[in-house]
Design a protein around this ligand. Structure first.
Ligand code: TLP
Length: 350
């Protein structure tokens, strides 16, 4: 049995979104040059737009969010330094151990609340100068928080972390892969969120639906140094304007519609939370990511397998935890199909 229409409802990630027609057209006609010489006018325009939108001096286009975070770590830290971050951060879980290999830093993962760290926790973890200990030279936050279920830092909470970091001279890097989702959900401009951090990475290729690309934003001298590390890890591209052109459309046209994704996630959460055997606090769903748990003996792997046969794709994120993410390429009605499929499989135990 499928969704009836043969339609695949892919809720694994917002990374599955395909570029819009307008993006494809912009890619076809973009003015190009060699970006390693700084001569691609479309890349330069995207970097200027991104910096302006986040209220930073400069920005750097990188192929992926992972590279953006890792170039930030390389630029902020030295080997043997310690980086404070949440234990469930993307940098800890999904970047292939890169901090150990590339920057040679120690990670100091702290237990956050749905991925969010408190200023007190961070303050207590900052090392005092001592020859025995690695110096704390970076704090990383993630907003929205992926494994936290799309959770959002309220602006005052971010400001409180900045107030711990700044007097100690410790820079703050924000993994803002989904910063525009965070901005919409917390009702503040992305620049206000970015103002709390020294550097910010955000992605064009998630809910904003561009095919490739992330931006690392920060002070001009930081971005200049980051440019060298991007080259070092092989991320400097030539006629990258073909990609940047789609990114410009993403920033101009795709930000406001993220509201639709948030509304769909809330609709999905409300329906799932009513199903016996689904453990989910629908009130906690703030953006486009939701994570629910299954009461024993159900496992995430078996439910995900059963849903796939129905044309509904989801991602297991733990033995009994499943992630669903809404985005441009799914609609409101798809939420009801997904809810019905989960209810049917849990009721029959298959
Ligand atoms: N996250 C992906 C997977 O890697 C899990 C997803 O499907 O959500 N920061 C955050 C908070 C992210 O969620 C991601 C991607 C990244 C960084 C990395 O971006 P990419 O995939 O472009 O390297």
């Amino acid at each position: 049995m499928g969704t009836g229409s043969g339609r695949i409802i892919d809720l694994r990630s917002d990374t599955v979104t395909l570029p819009t027609e307008e993006m494809r057209e912009a890619m076809r006609s973009a003015p190009l040059g060699d970006d390693v010489f700084g001569e691609d006018p479309t890349v330069n325009r995207l970097e200027e737009m991104a910096a302006a939108k986040l209220g930073k001096e400069a920005a750097l286009l990188v192929p992926s969010g992972t590279m953006g975070n890792q170039v930030a770590l390389l630029t902020h830290t030295r080997r043997g330094d310690e980086v404070i971050l949440d234990a469930d951060a993307h940098i800890v879980h999904y970047e292939s151990g890169a901090p150990a290999v590339l920057s040679g830093v120690m990670l100091r993962p702290l237990p956050g609340q749905h991925g969010l760290l408190s200023p007190e926790q961070i303050e207590a973890a900052v090392r005092s100068p001592d020859i025995h200990t690695p110096p704390t030279t970076l704090i990383c936050l993630e907003n929205t928080h992926n494994r936290g279920g799309g959770s959002v830092y309220p602006l005052p909470a971010l400001q409180a972390v900045a107030a711990v970091a700044r007097p100690r001279g410790i820079p703050l890097h924000l993994d803002g892969a989904r910063i525009f989702n965070a901005a919409l959900a917390s009702g503040v401009p992305a620049s206000a969120i970015a103002a709390c951090a020294d550097s910010v990475m955000f992605c064009l290729s998630k809910g904003l639906s561009a095919p490739v690309g992330s931006l690392l934003c920060g002070p001009a001298d930081f971005i200049l140094r980051a440019r060298r590390f991007r080259k070092m890890v092989g991320g400097a591209m030539r006629q990258a304007g073909v990609l940047a052109a789609a990114g410009i459309v993403a920033l101009e046209k795709m930000v406001d519609r993220l509201e639709v994704d948030h509304a769909n996630a809330k609709r999905l959460a409300a329906g799932l939370a009513r199903i016996p055997g689904v453990l989910l606090d629908a009130g906690r769903v703030q953006t486009n990511i939701l994570i629910f748990r299954l009461a024993p003996p159900q496992t995430a792997a078996s439910l995900v397998r059963a849903l796939a046969m129905d044309g509904v794709r989801a991602l297991p994120v733990g033995p009994a935890a499943i992630r669903m993410v809404t985005h441009k390429d799914v609609e409101g009605a798809d939420m009801d199909v997904a809810i019905a499929a989960v209810a049917r499989h849990l009721a029959t135990g298959r």
